[in-house]
Design a binder for this molecule. Structure first.
Ligand SMILES: Cc1cc2nc3c(=O)[nH]c(=O)nc-3n(C[C@H](O)[C@H](O)[C@H](O)COP(=O)(O)OP(=O)(O)OC[C@H]3O[C@@H](n4cnc5c(N)ncnc54)[C@H](O)[C@@H]3O)c2cc1C
Length: 439
């Protein structure tokens, strides 16, 4: 057994739970702070929506989960499971390879119980401040609050030697700021506040975005709405009616929206819309972190972070698990959490602070040279094998061949070949067998 520390984990979603397990395996003393009253994070479906449907009012009461009611996963259970704890089909559960969200929540609940994590979690404790108080003894104050009555909160400060931030990245809406977005008089919402399509019956709906949420919401809004217009960013987007859909048109991005309700697209087309749904992703948000400017979020890049996890000058006492996206994110989170736990216990060493900082600067320079804006820093689309390979090497883990050979780019290519119904017609077992050939 290596060194053992008093560690605070913020959040009991996927990242927080697997981090707690890895820290526990390494013999650390853990407290998990969770503002909800259950585990699951994103997978804890909440029918409530926020008072400000666009999610721009900073004083609004925040609803954490962005799930819509009909959501089925877009990665199969084979990828969503953990290396030594598969996401297996269970009696009485949802047996599909791409199950509904309730099945993921069940899986996470089982995982937490099977590894004795429930006892480590302080439910209904929202972390309001994380601050380094002593650099030498690396003491962090974690302030949390819990509700005593409808209007009364009780706050408490505690000291920890290390903090792992696992508060999720799909709660704070990122909205499209076209000209007139803030004066358009009709309903605008972010997909964070979308639950079901009923309210769009017979309406003219504009959906901004072209990723998973936009596709899902478009698919279930189309049969009810009078018309659906999808606004897509990109150089080669042409105005067209979508095949196999009754009422759906694709446009380039919105150029401006007028006070009379008209929405003008960059391709010159105009629609008198009833509602605009922003399926435009999320922002990293750490309102509780007081790091004296050491860790910042700049154009949605959290930094400086060595390998998306450790701020060099605060490592290993502060870390982030779960920032990357466009990857097999659960695998990434699992590997990151193993790395954090082993670095803390002294079994794995980090490079020097200077070397980590150099690596971060090199990465920024590479991005700049490639013309990538800062907000792509944690997008692993084309860096997934590199990041996973780097972690796997450090941890001396052997991944099953199919998982090693899988990249999100290859996965998406396959997925698109099946179209809308990919969840039901794609034979995932056959696909993983095909991917299993040694390389
Ligand atoms: C609509 C939607 C669909 C998705 N579909 C898929 C999919 O099919 N496959 C896939 O792999 N991924 C999917 N994802 C991504 C999904 O978010 C991740 O898979 C994963 O669940 C993220 O886990 P996490 O632990 O990082 O964050 P979360 O699940 O968001 O958990 C964070 C936890 O931290 C808690 N918390 C936050 N702030 C505080 C605080 N201050 N104090 C205390 N607790 C706090 C929250 O309550 C929450 O429990 C989807 C995301 C969305 C929004």
């Amino acid at each position: 057994m290596g060194d053992s520390y008093k560690v605070a984990v913020i959040g009991a979603g996927y990242a927080g739970l697997i981090t707690a397990r890895e820290l526990q395996r390494e013999g650390h003393h853990i407290t998990v702070f969770e503002k909800a009253n259950k585990v699951g994070g994103t997978w804890l479906y909440d029918p409530r929506v926020e008072a400000d449907p666009l999610g721009v009012d900073p004083s609004r009461e925040i609803v954490h989960s962005s799930l819509y009611k009909s959501l089925r996963v877009n990665l199969p259970r084979q990828i969503l499971g953990l290396l030594d704890y598969p996401f297996a089909k269970k009696e009485g559960g949802d047996p599909r390879n791409f199950p509904g969200h309730e099945e993921v929540l069940r899986f996470l609940g089982d995982f937490a119980r099977d590894f004795g994590l429930m006892e480590l979690i302080r439910f209904e404790h929202e972390v309001t401040r994380v601050e380094l108080v002593d650099e030498v003894s690396h003491e962090w104050v974690v302030e949390s609050r819990t509700r005593k009555t409808e209007s009364k909160w009780e706050s408490k400060e505690e000291v920890f030697e290390a903090v792992v931030i696992c508060n999720g990245k799909n709660t704070q809406p990122n909205i499209a700021m076209f000209s007139g977005w803030d004066t358009w008089p009709r309903l605008q919402l972010h997909s964070h506040n979308y639950r079901t399509p009923q309210q769009f019956e017979n309406k003219i709906v504009v959906i901004i975005g072209n990723a998973a949420s936009a596709h899902d919401i478009l698919k279930e809004t189309d049969p009810l709405a009078r018309q659906v217009h999808q606004a897509v960013r990109g150089p080669n987007v042409e105005l067209k009616k979508l095949e196999n859909r009754d009422n759906v048109w694709q446009h380039s991005m919105i150029e401006r929206a007028h006070k009379d309700g008209k929405v003008v697209f960059e391709d010159g087309s105009i629609v008198d819309a009833d509602v605009i749904i922003h399926c435009t992703g999320y922002k990293y948000h750490f309102p509780f972190l007081k790091s004296d400017g050491i860790v910042t979020v700049e154009d949605n890049r959290v930094g400086p972070l060595f390998q998306h996890v450790f701020p060099p000058s605060l490592a290993p006492w502060l870390s982030f698990v779960g920032l990357p996206y466009q990857a097999a994110t659960n695998l990434v989170m699992e590997l990151q959490s193993k790395w954090v736990a082993k670095v803390l216990s002294g079994k794995l060493e980090l490079p020097t602070q200077e070397a980590m900082m150099c690596s971060v600067e090199e990465f920024y320079h590479e991005m700049e040279k490639g013309g990538w804006p800062k907000h792509h820093a944690h997008n692993l689309m084309y860096k997934e094998p590199e990041h996973i390979g780097w972690l796997v090497d450090r941890l001396d883990i052997k991944l099953p061949n199919w998982l090693k050979n899988m990249t999100v780019a290859s996965y998406l290519k396959e997925l698109f070949s099946y179209g809308d119904k990919f969840r039901d017609i794609w034979d995932i077992n056959k696909w993983t067998q095909e991917m299993d050939s040694p390389n």
